[in-house]
Ligand binder design. Structure first.
Ligand SMILES: C[S@@+](CC[C@H](N)C(=O)[O-])C[C@H]1O[C@@H](n2cnc3c(N)ncnc32)[C@H](O)[C@@H]1O
Length: 349
């Protein structure tokens, strides 16, 4: 017997999600067209003014603004629309810790890859990080940059045992699975006496990282190389960092062993992973919903595409991560700190 009240409640929840999903598609459109940036700080603006400032068509912009109003992202008054200062931090300011427009871009990239991903559900094969639509790489850079700017130098590195003093004096650092190298560059800007090398197996990401390092003026102390986590070169690193990539690897235990072989005797392995509790039941809510979706669509296929294919998932939780670290041969391990979105783990030989 169907309980009508429960059905109504459930339908209401699903419609909330569907509405959010549609609006996120339009966040992507507004982001690409510069609509949020044009509204930021502009005060009340008409659709015609916004269209004029962004080189877009008024009728489309008016309908977009209606959706954004219904979503609660902008406010409406007498034919004008306003993006609040708070909403501007979320949608327009790429350096704000609250900036999440990159997430709408990640979402958009998964729509482009949907047919491939659905096919993999049938075959069980992986889909490598390098096989995705290019939007994913740009989106990842934009999504993670605010977190690195806000946390890396001020919170995560100081939470490690003695690492900041070494970086200030001049240390050697490997940033493995560095993607576009944003984390590498942020560290290099803060610690000019240290030397940094970023490694990633994805050659297009390494090309982009080199370009960003040159633009940031740190190319004298940062290099980038195409290499996997199990064969990157060098030895005696004071710090090896893995930012949001261990769970994407097919053989994280093999990677851990290689890290151990490349660290100085008193070196540090920094592993930053998406925040998660150990059990599915403890990971409820919208953030876990997003992480599990990204894990299904990107991270788990990435790991399954590589040797071993351990497929930790983006919500592995600390117990599973600790297992990887100890199986890799590390004897000392602790949770150095955490943020709402990240676990920050420290391992030492
Ligand atoms: C989610 S992205 C994170 C990138 C970067 N660390 C950041 O925070 O922006 C995961 C990265 O891991 C890289 N990756 C995956 N498997 C790898 C492997 N076995 N060796 C090296 N890099 C790998 C991917 O190419 C991708 O750049």
């Amino acid at each position: 017997m169907v309980d009508q009240a429960l059905l109504d409640e459930f339908l209401g929840k699903v419609m909330t999600d569907v509405g959010a999903a549609f609006s996120q598609r339009l966040v992507y459109v507004g982001d690409k067209l510069g609509l949020y940036k044009a509204m930021a700080g502009a005060g009340p603006i008409t659709p015609a003014e916004l269209a004029n400032r962004t080189g877009t068509a008024e009728r489309y912009v008016r309908e977009w603004l209606a959706n954004q109003t219904a979503a609660g992202y902008v406010t409406h008054d007498d034919g004008t629309f306003t993006l609040s200062d708070e909403a501007a931090l979320v949608f327009a300011d790429e350096t704000s810790p609250a900036f999440v427009a990159g997430l709408a871009q990640v979402l958009a990239s998964t729509y482009k890859d949907e047919a491939e991903l659905t096919a993999r559900f049938r075959t069980g094969e992986g889909l490598g990080w390098h096989e995705h639509d290019a939007d994913l790489y740009d989106a990842t850079e934009r999504l993670f940059r605010p977190g690195y700017l806000a946390n890396l130098v001020d919170s995560w590195l100081p939470a490690l045992d003695g690492v900041v003093a070494k970086l200030e004096a001049g240390a050697t650092v490997a940033d493995v699975g560095c993607g576009h190298g944003v984390s590498t560059i942020v560290m290099a800007q803060a610690f000019p006496r240290s030397r940094f090398v970023g490694f990633d197996y994805h050659d297009a990401s390494i090309d982009r990282a080199r370009k960003l390092a040159a633009e940031a003026g740190v190319a004298d102390r940062v290099t980038f190389e195409v290499a996997s986590a199990k064969d990157y070169r060098g030895a005696g690193y004071d710090l090896v960092a893995f930012f949001d990539c261990l769970h994407d690897m097919g053989d994280p235990v093999g990677a851990a062993r290689h890290v151990l072989s490349t660290l100085a005797p008193d070196g540090t392995w920094l592993v930053v992973e998406p925040f998660a509790n150990d059990s599915l039941d403890d990971n409820a809510g919208p953030v876990a919903q997003v992480f599990y979706a990204a894990s299904t669509l990107v991270c788990t296929p990435a790991s399954l595409s590589q040797e071993v294919g351990l497929a930790l998932g983006a919500q592995a939780g600390e117990a599973a991560l600790r297992e990887v670290v100890t199986q890799g041969g590390f004897t000392r391990y602790r949770r150095a700190t955490e943020t709402p979105f990240n676990l920050v783990l420290e391992a030492k030989p």
